[in-house]
Design a binder for this molecule. Structure first.
Ligand SMILES: CC(C)(COP(=O)(O)OP(=O)(O)OC[C@H]1O[C@@H](n2cnc3c(N)ncnc32)[C@H](O)[C@@H]1OP(=O)(O)O)[C@@H](O)C(=O)NCCC(=O)NCCS
Length: 235
């Protein structure tokens, strides 16, 4: 199903290309796996991104999720998905103490993969917006959760742009640091943003301390050293 059409720039040779953003189905599985491998192989820091297993990809495409992709000349150059984890033991609702009933209403924003040539077009943020709008009609989910590395500025920005806030910072997936992003779509978390505390993304101790005191991460701002997360108290 076609979601959006437009033109994007190949950052390697600066040529413009027409693209189509579509909802993906199981026929796209091989293209998704190929794109995922290209992206993971090209990562300088392999701890930034956890890939989706074949089983998870099939689950997303066939039963418990939704995926959007961007095609340029019929080739998949970007992919982003939502998974409804239900009774799975990696349901992120377990990390934040949701009850059994609440776990069934969780949606995970999964990893985004964009071909190196087509980064720089803000495709992650654009795919999230369409994905969440489409997912709204899909199942009755209420709680949106995601994990992102504290060293991954584009994905932190995209997750905060999707209206989630940082509620925790902890070791996940083979001891990699991850922010936990959360939002309750029926009872939006509201944070006092008049008096926020900016903390550099690499200062994990300070962020852990603030989160322990009940602060939530709500904004991101780039800086020369990295980026600052602005923490505020729940209203
Ligand atoms: C993360 C990813 C999906 C984002 O791609 P994208 O949507 O094309 O992002 P863009 O390049 O348009 O950048 C978005 C913002 O991040 C910034 N950015 C991009 N790469 C950056 C980097 N390596 N360091 C710092 N900032 C960076 C851009 O300057 C831009 O900032 P702005 O919005 O404040 O102007 C893509 O880089 C990717 O596939 N990376 C490898 C896999 C990965 O890490 N996936 C996510 C976690 S699993």
């Amino acid at each position: 199903m076609l979601i959006e059409k437009g033109v994007i720039t190949n950052q390697t040779d600066l040529t413009n290309h027409p693209f189509e953003m579509i909802l993906l189905n199981k026929n796209h599985l091989d293209q998704i796996k190929e794109l995922q491998s290209t992206v993971i192989e090209g990562l300088k820091d392999k701890t930034l991104c956890v890939y989706l297993t074949d089983e998870e990809l099939v689950e997303i495409l066939e039963t418990s999720g939704l995926a959007v992709g961007v095609l340029v000349a019929e080739k998949l150059v970007a992919f982003f998905s939502v998974l409804y984890p239900g009774a799975r033991e990696d349901n992120l609702g377990l990390d934040i103490g949701l009850s059994k009933g609440q776990l069934m209403k969780v949606a995970h924003m999964e990893s985004a993969f964009i071909h190196p040539d087509f980064r720089g077009n803000h495709l992650e943020e654009r795919m999230i917006n369409h994905l969440l709008a489409s997912a709204k009609h899909d199942i009755e989910w209420r709680y949106l959760l995601a994990t992102v590395s504290p060293y991954n500025y584009p994905s932190v920005k995209a997750a905060l742009g999707a209206n989630t806030v940082i509620v925790d910072l902890k070791f996940k997936y083979n001891n990699y640091w991850r922010y936990i992003f959360f939002q309750d779509n029926q009872n939006l978390i509201s944070v006092d943003d008049s008096d926020t505390v900016p903390v550099l993304n690499t200062d994990l101790d300070k962020q852990l301390e603030l989160l322990k005191q009940g602060y939530l991460g709500l904004k991101v701002a780039k800086s020369e050293e990295g980026f600052y997360i602005h923490y505020g108290k729940k209203r």
